[in-house]
Design a protein. Sequence first.
Length: 127
Amino acid sequence: MYIKTFCAHCGKTNLHNVAVSCEKTSGILNGKLFSRSTIKGVEVRETVTEEILMKSVLKTLREHKKLHISKEELADTLKNIFGISSELSCEIAEKIQRENEVLEADFKSNIKAIKKTSKSQTSKKVT
């Protein structure tokens, strides 16, 4: 699962893919069922910047055509498929949606400019 931390020296945000191993025990005590988990170890498998993780996630989402889904669906995908913590998945989903909106606006603007240029060049050839 990816979690977010901040470097104490430079203040930079890092994301760590951590694996937590637990031992679960359960039983009956004084007639009541109880359950307990004990953390046996934590392993940091990968450390990346937020930008690197975002690029990786965006690339995968584009390949699977999953960019135009609701923020909630996107957050669930980030949590369930990419192993990103709940809080972080909501934050990244918002950033992805904002970036998509900007990219779509730029794309539409570029298409309009191309059409306008194409029309003006066509009308010059006709006259």
